[in-house]
Ligand binder design. Structure first.
Ligand code: LUZ
Ligand code: MOS
Length: 769
């Protein structure tokens, strides 16, 4: 099945927030944000802005009728700054004007009286000063302290990974208007409609039942709208509530880039112990997460880093500690992978360092330590239906990993100006929200009297194709054609108390709820058919809209059955609730069974480095992915392609830079390089691992949103291996992204023996050749 949204997208008919026709009298909002990263806010000068053309009102913290608080996990984030500012780009005031240009022009006239305070941007500095968002967490398995004595090799080092801008095509925004009886309806570009509703109610000081949040679809989220769509939705709701007028707030791209949080940068220390035969025996790791100025989702992201700190390897003795460090950057937030990729980068760095010190390939160490069925993760859950080896072996068969390495070696022997690197990146990702309570969803299914079907769930369509999957689930369960089924907007009055569309779990959770609701309706209709047609209910089914008994069509069909049910006064609506079974986690012992299942895969990435210039090309990515029994192979392949490219971007080119005053330097697309069509490897092969799928996955079709991002980590190591082919004497720091500048610096590093520059040396050998 293809993505049902595709036709609307290519025709420009799909509706995004900015396509909603605005009502007459709509006010447009612009945000005035802190120009400093840290300081005491002594006052605001609003006169000039208030006198500017078209300005109707300017809202500040003092105007908030309820609580000035939008913190989800920790109540540490005001909607509008009050007393202090904690990051550049922190919202301070909201200008409401007749037009958008007027609002934006007036916001520029606001001045804040801020007494500067010291700015921290480095998580290790924050840690040293005791600036932690939440107490540290430690996961333990076995006894690493005792295990060091048994290790033949011990490798120590540090690894750094940078942040990442979400760059959803549609920027943050919301449109809110007053409804009857003091209510507010909010159209928001959010992955978490319930979070927007909850916080709007809190800030306005009214019940959640008076706030309705509605979402048609997003132009991308990637985690950036899991929590951080909330402030803009609440600001618009605040304006609408106070002025009793519609308010529209859409962030210009530049404001979105500087005001919103990103993927968390991490700085980490590791110590890895191996046996003589390259078995990983012990691993100690400490993560310093750069959380930014408020908690946002950082504690949950931190937790997922620990859950994925050993990637897809079994290590019997582990101690992993994580600190969430408060700095004066915009609060960092969810981003596809949610801390998992940051944890995996560190163990892969440790393995790469071990490999180079021991004179073997990293692949040799990786392969020997892949998880096996029943192996325990460092949080107590066993690996079940484990496909780590299956993926690796399939990759070996399909792509001949050993031969491929030999070809790369041969290329490197006969070339001096270009060098190649090959890296293998096996992945393992846990599916479920790590907060057990969030693993629930509901679906509301109506069959109309003409046989058409309308479905509401908590799932937000953001380009990932979840609506198409919901249609597929309903069509298969009811036995009807997909063109009878419509997925309605995601709306908090139709489906309440939803978890955000996140954690790769949206199709599983909402799909299981749809399946339950449709199954109940199907049973009800079949019972009626049995009664009406005087046949046994056993063996009755609805298949392609016909009613079959023991496989033979009988005198009824979908439309007749639905009409008959209505006349018999049988309900044609169903509301189902799904909660993933068997999950638990005990934070006191840091152990439990947090994930419904794991997704596995193995990618091989080849890069070619230009030895003179430091530029490189990612030539090929060939991977085997564990889709289970994919219910929508086209959509799932698209998720793998997109995740892969996003991961390669994070690891190789997207360099998020802040100066010491917390100012975002890479604040435009001319200074922040994202992958374009030309940076996508020319050769991308995606093999579907043949398996039965997993029973906890919807229709045995496994979650696919986040896991493939982590194949991109292979891009870092492919480029690094190519550098080492040119300069076996240098060991570039494990510092991602590995930009062309860093590659060039590594290639130009002073030689240990002679002091000739590599450029000169390469040029010399080029002349010789
Ligand atoms: N969001 C969340 C997530 O709240 N909890 C999670 O475990 C998670 N995992 C991945 C992405 N978003
Ligand atoms: Mo996410 S990082 O699944 O919002």
């Amino acid at each position: 099945m293809y993505n049902l949204d595709a036709a609307g997208h290519v025709r420009g008919e799909s509706q995004y927030l900015d396509d909603i026709p605005v009502q007459r009298g709509t006010l447009h909002a612009a945000v005035y944000a802190s120009p400093l990263a840290h300081g005491k806010l002594n006052g605001l000068r609003l006169e000039a802005a208030l006198a500017a053309p078209g300005v109707v009102r300017i809202l500040t913290a003092a105007d908030i009728p309820g609580e000035n608080q939008i913190g989800g996990i920790v109540p540490d984030e005001p909607l509008l700054a009050e007393g202090h500012v904690h990051f550049r780009g922190q919202p301070v005031a909201l200008v409401l004007a007749e037009t958008e240009p007027q609002a934006r022009a007036a916001a520029k006239l606001i001045e804040a009286d801020i007494e500067p305070l010291p700015v921290i941007t480095d998580p290790r500095v924050a840690y040293a000063q005791g600036e932690l968002i939440v107490p540290p967490r430690t996961f333990r398995l076995g006894d690493p302290t005792a295990a060091w004595a048994e290790c033949a090799h011990i490798i120590e080092g540090t690894a750094e990974s940078g942040g990442q801008e979400h760059l959803y095509i549609e920027t943050q925004g919301a449109y809110a208007y007053p409804t009857e009886q003091g209510g507010v309806r909010v159209h928001s570009s959010t992955q978490g409609p319930t979070a927007a509703q909850r916080h709007a109610a809190r800030v306005l000081g009214i019940g959640m039942h008076r706030i309705e949040v509605d979402v048609v679809r997003l132009g991308g989220g990637f985690g950036g709208k899991e929590d951080q769509a909330t402030p803009w939705a609440v600001l618009a709701a605040l304006g609408a509530y106070l002025l009793r007028k519609p308010v529209k707030l859409v962030l210009p791209r530049h404001d979105d880039l500087r005001m919103t949080g990103k993927r968390h940068p991490y700085s980490s220390d590791y110590k890895l112990g191996l046996s003589a035969d390259l078995k990983l025996l012990a691993y100690e790791v400490t993560f310093y997460q750069n959380a930014g100025a408020a908690a946002d989702l950082s504690p949950a992201v931190l937790e997922r880093t620990l859950f994925h700190s050993t990637n897809t390897y079994f290590i019997p003795n582990v101690q992993a500690t994580a600190y969430s460090c408060r700095t004066n950057l915009p609060p960092n937030t969810a981003f596809r992978g949610f801390g998992g990729p940051q944890g995996m980068f560190v163990i892969e760095s440790a393995i790469a360092k071990a490999a180079e010190q021991l004179g073997v390939t990293a692949a040799e160490i990786q392969r020997r330590n892949l998880l096996r069925e029943g192996d325990t993760f460092p949080f107590g859950q066993p690996a079940e239906l484990c496909n780590a080896h299956a993926c690796w072996h399939r990759a070996e068969q399909a792509f001949g990993l050993g031969n491929w390495q030999q070809e790369v070696d041969a290329f490197n022997q006969s070339n001096t100006l270009r060098k190649r690197g090959l890296a293998i990146m096996p992945i393992c990702f846990g599916i479920s929200f790590t907060k057990t309570a969030m693993n629930q969803a509901r679906a509301l299914v109506h069959i109309y009297t003409d046989g058409s079907v309308g479905i509401s769930t908590g799932a937000v369509e953001m380009g990932q194709g979840v609506n198409t999957k919901m249609v597929e689930v309903a069509a298969r369960t009811l036995g009807i054609r997909s063109n009878r089924i419509r997925i309605e907007t995601t709306n908090t009055t139709r489906v309440a108390n939803t978890s955000p569309s996140a954690a790769s779990a949206t199709a599983d959770l909402n799909g299981k709820a749809v399946q339950l609701a449709c199954e109940q309706l199907r049973q009800r209709l079949l019972a009626l058919a049995a009664e009406e047609l005087c046949v046994a209910e056993e063996g009755l089914e609805i298949c392609d809209e016909r009613v079959l008994t023991a496989g033979h069509p009988i005198e009824s069909d979908w439309e007749k059955l639905v009409a008959a049910a209505y006349w018999k006064r049988i309900s044609l609506s169903e509301n189902a609730h799904y909660a993933t079974p068997d999950l638990w986690f005990d934070q006191k012992t840091e152990s439990g069974y947090p994930f419904a299942y794991h997704v596995y895969g193995t990618a091989a990435v080849q890069a070619t480095v230009d030895v003179l210039r430091g530029t490189y090309v990612l030539d090929a990515v060939r991977l085997v992915h564990d889709f289970g029994q994919s219910m929508a192979p086209g959509i799932d392949r698209g998720q793998v392609e997109g995740g892969l490219v996003q991961g390669l971007g994070w690891m190789t080119m997207e360099e998020l830079l802040y100066d010491e005053q917390g100012r975002l330097l890479s604040n435009t697309l001319s200074t922040y390089k994202v992958p374009d069509l030309y940076s996508v490897p020319a050769d991308v092969q995606i093999e579907f691992l043949e398996t039965e799928g997993h029973p906890r996955a919807i229709l045995r079709s496994k979650a696919v949103g986040e896991p493939p991002l982590m194949y991109g980590i292979g891009g870092y190591f492919a480029v690094r291996n190519a550098i080492r082919a040119a300069r076996p004497d240098v060991a570039p720091a494990f510092s991602a992204p590995i930009t062309p500048e860093k590659v060039l610096m590594a290639l130009c590093a002073p030689r240990a023996e002679a002091n000739t520059s590599p450029t000169a040396a390469a040029a010399q050998s080029a002349t010789k050749a």
